[in-house]
Design a protein around this ligand. Structure first.
Ligand code: GLP
Length: 261
């Protein structure tokens, strides 16, 4: 696991864009590419950076298809706050690529979870998966207590996550769906490269627990420790509780030229 501690969120965005673009470019040589995308505020600056590179011709996306981590259950198809609409608005429309996610509007969400798992299996493995982390350590919508080998399924959100996400629903917690469909932690682990980005002090405890804490379903983000290719990109505030920060900086400063992301 590589921990990249950087001064600002803008610096983080550049490194995330480098890591994503590098993994996509490598995978494109072998055919169609599944690109794993996360919603939430954390990756937004990196998405802007990727869009700028795309416009400049530096991030070609033909043959690339976007796949979401998760989706609310019960929002009507096309709802502006559905994750599929959000990701289209934020990145995939402008990249000129299709995006797919679990069908949260399906009459049978349990079936929709299995269908999405199957779709990922057919299209995968995901070349690179962008991840954020919730303040309680969740990744995707895998709340604390999620099995580290879970697959795509229905989950019930904690009140904390619903409160955190109420800002997207006019501040009304009651408007945030209670249930979601999310790739499981085992599904996420199937991606070739995981790139997690976190910025701001509110994420400091979750980042430290995920990266340096025990492997535990109580911190779903700790599943990163089970993956052979992980890049964790954090600003000073989000990395402020990492006990090995000095070592991570030392590693970064002495990276071999051949070591990419
Ligand atoms: C949301 C999403 C996650 C996201 C996380 C953090 O609920 N399901 O995919 O990573 O919470 O969100 P943010 O980046 O806005 O802090």
């Amino acid at each position: 696991m590589e921990i990249v501690l950087l001064p600002t969120p803008e610096d983080c965005a550049r490194v995330v864009a480098d890591a994503v673009a590098g993994s996509v470019a490598a995978a494109r040589a072998d055919g169609p590419v599944a690109l794993g995308l996360a919603t939430g505020s954390s990756p937004l600056l990196a998405y802007r950076e990727l869009l700028a590179r795309h416009r400049a011709g530096e991030f070609p996306t033909d043959g690339v298809t976007g796949y979401l981590l998760d989706e609310y259950v019960g929002l009507p198809a096309g709802h502006p706050e559905s994750y599929l609409q959000t990701i289209r608005r934020e990145i995939t429309d402008e990249l000129g690529i299709e995006a797919h996610g679990p069908d949260g509007a399906a009459a049978d969400p349990l079936r929709a979870a299995l269908d999405y798992e199957e779709r990922l299996r057919a299209a995968g493995p995901v070349a690179v998966q962008v991840l954020g982390i919730g303040a309680n350590g969740h990744v995707g919508f895998n709340e604390p207590g999620s099995s580290l080998v879970s697959r795509t399924r229905v989950k019930t959100l904690t009140e904390r996550t619903r409160t955190d996400n109420a800002r997207f629903f006019g501040g009304e917690v009651d408007a945030v769906p209670r249930h979601v469909l999310t790739q499981g932690l085992g599904t996420i682990r199937d991606a070739r490269h995981l790139v997690l980005v976190a910025t701001g002090g509110a994420k400091a405890a979750a980042v430290a627990e995920a990266v340096e804490g025990p492997l535990s379903a109580s911190c779903p983000g700790s599943v990163l420790q089970l993956h052979p290719h992980v890049t964790v990109v954090v600003d000073e505030a989000a990395g402020s509780r990492l006990t090995r920060a000095a070592y991570y900086r030392y590693v970064l400063a002495h990276k071999l030229p051949a070591q990419g992301w």
